[in-house]
Design a protein around this ligand. Structure first.
Ligand code: GDP
Length: 530
């Protein structure tokens, strides 16, 4: 198969949702339909097994969350699917954000009883800023749900994206029997399988077939037909281009736990979803995925997946050309050539070595210390992707090493954890760098850093939470002389650039008035998200 075909059949995406909407369940069902697992339940089981065998996972288990995440590759109808798994916890971290930067599309998963929830909005904003195509799956239709029309309105009014129903539910909760597929004009009637462990058997019929009427009570059926008339009356056809621009999201109703609607959704996703997109490099030149020269960027570094080795894996998103094991490429940041000997694919906690990969694929590289977040790896010179902007932090803490004898290890640990993107590190502005101020998007990042400093660097630390809730980059002359008052503080980032920390959004306006010669600018990534 040539490069063009390989690229065309790839779909690289992430699922965004509020915790509990059913992301783990849907992920399992996608794997089930892709044939990657025989019965659903294995992803959750593997997660549990992994948690039971590693002390790094102790933190995850104690908190009942998933901090680490992997990339799941599975085949589906001649396509190669790359599902970038993001942590499902409430505590949105920078990892989640960076993972979304490596995806070409997202699936927004919504609980039909709850609608758009806070985490959905936050993640949606990141996708929106990049204008990546978004598919919507409204889940848990087998439970009493909100009115489908009302849910669509919410997508349009709360998120500001056009919502186009691709199918329509027949019944709701106990009476949910299937969906009307607008493209084919058939009602897909589902049968329940026990715990949805196997693919759901489906039969298709015309909505006006008496067999369909007999599935639900008369009132439900009449309402269903009325709503279909309403939909068809609205007339507008689905426009794939509007979806590709991020203006419209196709909406699918279903129930992941019973497999209802999962296959219809997947079929539509592979047919209409985008193949790997070209990427802008820092010279504003588009790198095409079918470009013969290999390039990619590191979007995530994960530590200690295997506690016996205590190693780190850099995740590389391939952007163009063909990756081959043992190839030598340039790390554009350091200017050094690296041979990619240990490349792997990950499935839950299993590793498999990778011989070839194409644009859209994600490869794990176990080269400790060689890579940092945002690094471009490329064949030859010329390509350098835009750096990954830091996400605006909302949590701040002063950290010091309790035992002064371990200060060197402490410094080394902080530097490495920063480089792999586990945490942002600031220092008091213009002073000798002794005690760092750590900055995080989610407070859980602090716990992870504390845990890792102790287990990997043998350093016990004390964290002191600071009262700030937001940060701004300071532009203009002589920021050191700024008047900040008592509720803001000037710090510098790793490169010495000034940053002001504020206790409240309100404080920013005030400080701006006091310092008309300076500008207090949102972080790049936040601008991206607004
Ligand atoms: P996550 O936090 O988004 O990963 O959510 P999970 O996949 O762990 O699901 C949260 C809960 O919702 C679990 O108890 C699931 O069994 C349940 N759930 C997921 N999908 C469905 C569904 O379609 N219908 C019903 N009734 N429950 C579901």
């Amino acid at each position: 198969m040539d490069l063009r075909e390989e690229v065309a059949r790839r779909r690289t995406f992430a699922i965004i949702s509020h915790p509990d909407a059913g992301k783990t369940t849907l992920t399992e069902k996608l794997l089930l339909y892709g044939g990657a697992i025989v019965t659903a339940g294995q992803v959750a089981a593997r997660r549990r097994a992994r948690a039971a065998t590693s002390d790094w996972m102790e933190l995850e288990r104690e908190r009942g969350i998933s901090i680490t995440s992997t990339v799941l590759q599975f085949p589906y109808r001649d396509h190669t699917m790359n599902l970038l798994d993001t942590p499902g916890h409430q505590d949105f971290g920078e990892d989640t954000y960076r993972t979304l930067l490596a995806a070409d599309a997202a699936v927004m998963l919504i609980d039909a009883a709850k609608g758009v929830e806070p985490q959905t909005r936050k993640l949606f904003a990141i996708c929106r800023a990049r204008r990546i195509p978004l598919f919507t799956f409204i889940n848990k239709m087998d439970r009493p749900s909100r009115d489908p029309l009302e849910l669509l309105d919410e997508l349009e009014n709360v998120l500001g994206i056009g919502a186009y129903p691709m199918n329509w539910p027949l019944g709701n909760g106990e009476t949910f029997r299937g969906v009307y597929d607008r493209a084919s004009g058939d009602v897909h009637v589902f049968e329940r399988t026990r715990h949805g462990a196997k693919r759901a058997p489906v039969t298709a019929s015309d909505p006006r077939d008496p067999k369909i009427a007999a599935l639900v009570d008369e009132r439900t059926y009449r309402e269903f037909l009325d709503q279909l008339d309403l939909l068809e009356g609205a007339g507008a056809a689905f426009e794939r281009d509007a979806m590709l621009r991020g203006d419209v999201t196709p909406v699918f109703f279903g129930s992941a736990v019973t497999n209802f609607g999962v296959e219809l959704f997947l079929d539509a996703f592979v047919t209409m979803g985008p193949p790997p997109a070209p990427r802008l490099d820092s010279a504003k030149h588009l790198v095409e995925p079918t470009d013969g020269r290999f390039s990619g960027f590191v979007f995530k570094i994960q530590a200690n997946m295997d506690p016996r080795h205590r190693d780190r894996i850099a995740f590389l998103r391939v952007c163009s050309g063909k990756f081959e094991r043992d190839m030598t490429v340039r790390n554009v940041r350091t200017g050094k050539d690296v041979r990619l000997t240990r490349a792997m694919k990950l499935f839950a906690s299993d590793r498999e070595s990778v011989d070839v990969a194409f644009a859209g694929d994600v490869v794990g590289l176990a080269n400790p210390g060689v890579f940092a977040i945002g690094d471009t790896l490329a064949e030859g010179d010329g390509v350098r992707f835009e750096p990954i902007p830091a996400y605006e932090p909302e949590h701040f803490a002063l950290v010091r090493s309790i035992d002064t004898a371990s200060y060197k290890s402490f410094q080394k640990g902080i530097a490495q954890l920063r480089e792999e993107g586990a945490i942002q590190v600031f220092y008091p502005f213009g002073q000798t760098r002794i005690e760092p101020i750590l900055a995080a998007v989610g407070a859980l990042q602090f716990e992870v850093v504390k845990y890792r400093l102790e287990s990997e660097y043998n350093v016990k630390t004390a964290f002191q939470t600071l009262p700030y809730t937001t940060a701004r980059r300071v532009a203009g002359d002589n920021p050191g002389a700024a008047t900040l008052g008592s509720s803001a503080r000037l710090v510098e980032d790793w490169d010495g650039k000034p940053i002001a920390l504020f206790e409240s959004e309100w404080g920013i306006g005030l400080v701006q008035q006091w310092n008309p010669g300076l500008r207090f600018e949102a972080f790049g990534a936040r601008e991206l998200a607004e």
